[in-house]
Design a protein around this ligand. Structure first.
Ligand code: HEC
Ligand code: HEC
Ligand code: HEC
Length: 477
């Protein structure tokens, strides 16, 4: 098989040498071990989480068709398997590079920035070459035509996107660290700002949806916490001790990105997917570099004080004194069994609510959303159990959800505003239902019981995160 692969790759390389700028360095053809290159590309694809967006629900990996909703209509990710008709089989390395780093399709039209090409623009040529080798020779072709976007004219015209790209996306330029940067920190910066595209969710967006900063030179906005995406909010990854990672150690970060859970936090919403599809596969060195880089970011001014645990909430709950504490009764009846009276929960099983940056983030959407819709801690090779939080949309009414969310935002020393209203929750219900649908990873209907969330998670044919089939190595197809 490797032999066939080499022959195929050889042929492709000859084709490339015929006339693309990128192939000017012939290292690929002569001395690189082709199967190593494909393997490297598979790893780079993990760094970039290509599979997360390019796989439809229950679809085949990389065959595209995932619906991505935008304010002007839905778009669909495309087939990036090497099928010559429906996929990218006819793409040269240069075509591929144009799409991935420049946001321009083979036919010359611009891509929607749902494809995080503004971050991928920083990727190195070596990584792009490896990615290309992987998509051409490590991924099986799948015949699946792309779905056209459901956006009506005139908004469907793609030329404004090219204009957008020129105005807002950084000019593609492979990342180079500032002189004198520690090489480990530099690697971390490359991973976070380039292939890892962490800012796509964690950096706030400006008036026309562009990320406000693509690296630390952009000031406090960079990784300063994003706007809601699918009603999940990616919090600040800066050093604020209350709202950000100020109280996280490097080890915490490595452990969180690899297993989705640490003593004081658990991945959910969009981050659960990132951990399940991408960061759990990153090498120890790369996780450590990421952690070092995030911890090295300059302090954002205006930390809003520090967090101190306040034992009076637990004392009141232990003594059954909930009178006058709105939402406390609901908490005791529904939540305390897992999250405990002291809000400190159970290490690595149930995340604490006390002092948790996610719980006190300024915009409470995520918190209300997880209470309404529930969540599943992604099972990873490092922590194989899928622990779930039930959704409460059928058990609690809007006012009760609002009350309990306001309660956890203001208890145990948490000092967030108690600003969730019943009408906010009612708006989330619609969205939460679709999240529940999305999460119906088993074929059983989940609508009758939120505990259906416990199902394993096949993200499409050939994809499962069940630990039996994934003993540390993953074979997507
Ligand atoms: C956050 C979601 C997301 C991620 C992550 C992502 N893509 Fe995409 N990608 C898209 C969407 C959506 C489109 C189609 C955009 C459009 O139609 O304008 C696309 C388009 C493309 C295209 C253009 C295909 C064509 O029809 O010309 C290529 C090639 C591509 N992606 C490769 C990749 C690779 C390689 C990775 C990983 C390094 C990746 N993508 C990661 C969402 C994503
Ligand atoms: C698809 C959107 C998305 C992307 C991409 C993403 N994140 Fe997240 N992230 C989230 C959301 C939503 C949360 C909040 C839920 C949670 O804590 O798990 C989060 C939470 C986190 C947390 C925990 C913060 C806290 O205070 O609890 C860390 C650490 C983190 N992300 C790091 C990263 C890194 C590093 C990357 C890039 C490799 C990344 N994220 C990419 C959406 C995303
Ligand atoms: C059966 C145990 C259980 C019960 C009952 C429960 N939770 Fe959870 N909760 C969890 C688990 C497990 C997670 C992690 C889910 C994930 O990461 O997707 C979680 C996560 C959360 C989070 C996000 C924190 C983070 O860092 O991940 C919040 C907020 C939360 N729960 C609030 C509540 C509230 C409020 C109630 C009661 C209305 C409640 N929970 C009831 C188990 C539970």
């Amino acid at each position: 098989m490797i032999k066939g692969l080499k022959a195929a790759l050889g042929a492709a390389v000859v084709g490339l040498l015929a006339g693309t700028a990128l192939s000017a360095s012939p290292a690929l053809a002569q001395n690189a071990d082709d199967s190593d290159l494909v393997a490297k590309g598979a790893y780079v694809a993990r760094l970039g989480d290509c599979v997360a967006c390019h796989t439809a629900l229950h679809g085949t990996a990389f065959a595209g068709g995932l619906q991505i909703k935008t304010p002007i209509g839905a778009i669909y990710s495309t087939n990036i398997t090497p099928d010559p008709k429906t996929g990218i089989g006819s793409y040269t390395l240069e075509d591929f590079d144009k799409a991935v780093r420049h946001g321009i399709r083979k036919d010359g039209s611009a891509l929607y920035p749902a494809m995080p090409y503004p971050s991928f623009a920083r990727m190195s040529e070596d990584d792009i070459k490896a990615l290309y080798a992987y998509f051409m020779h490590g991924v099986a072709p799948v015949d699946q035509p792309n779905k056209p976007a459901d956006i009506s004219w005139p908004l469907s015209m793609r030329w404004p996107l090219a204009f957008w790209g020129k105005m807002f996306a950084p000019a593609p330029k492979a990342f180079t660290p500032a002189p004198g940067t520690d090489p480990v920190v530099a690697r971390g910066e490359y991973l976070v700002t380039g292939p890892g595209h962490c800012g796509a969710c964690h950096t706030p967006r400006g008036f026309s949806m562009q990320e406000k900063a693509y690296d630390a030179a952009g000031g406090a906005d960079f990784l300063g916490g994003g706007a809601p995406i699918d009603n999940w909010i990616a919090p600040s990854l800066r050093s604020d001790p209350v709202l950000g990672l100020g109280r996280w150690s490097e080890d915490d970060l490595v452990q969180f990105l690899r297993s989705g859970r640490i003593d004081h936090s658990a991945a959910f919403g969009g981050m659960a997917d990132v951990v399940a599809w991408s960061t759990q596969y990153w090498s120890e060195d790369d996780l450590r570099a990421t952690a070092k880089y995030l911890k090295s970011l300059p302090e954002v001014p205006k930390a809003k004080g520090d967090y101190t645990y306040d034992p009076s909430t637990a004392q009141a709950l232990d003594a059954g004194k909930t009178a006058g504490m709105t939402g406390a009764d609901v908490y005791v009846q529904q939540c305390a069994i897992c999250h405990r009276n002291d809000g400190a929960a159970v290490d690595r099983m149930f995340p604490p609510l006390a002092g948790n940056p996610v719980v006190v983030s300024e915009n409470p959407t995520s918190v209300a959303h997880i209470v309404a819709a529930g969540g599943v801690l992604p099972p990873t090779n490092w922590a194989p159990s899928a622990v779930a939080m039930p959704g409460y949309q059928k058990i609690l009414n809007d006012q009760q959800v609002a009350d309990v969310v306001n309660f956890i935002r203001t208890s145990w020393g948490n000092k967030a505003p108690a600003n969730v209203t019943a009408s906010d929750v009612s708006k989330l219900r619609q969205a939460s239902q679709s999240v529940l649908d999305r999460r119906s990873w088993t074929d059983e209907p989940t609508s009758t019981s939120s505990w259906g969330l416990f199902g394993p998670q096949p993200y499409g044919e050939g994809w499962t995160f069940s630990p039996d089939t994934h003993a540390g190595v993953d074979n997507p197809q």
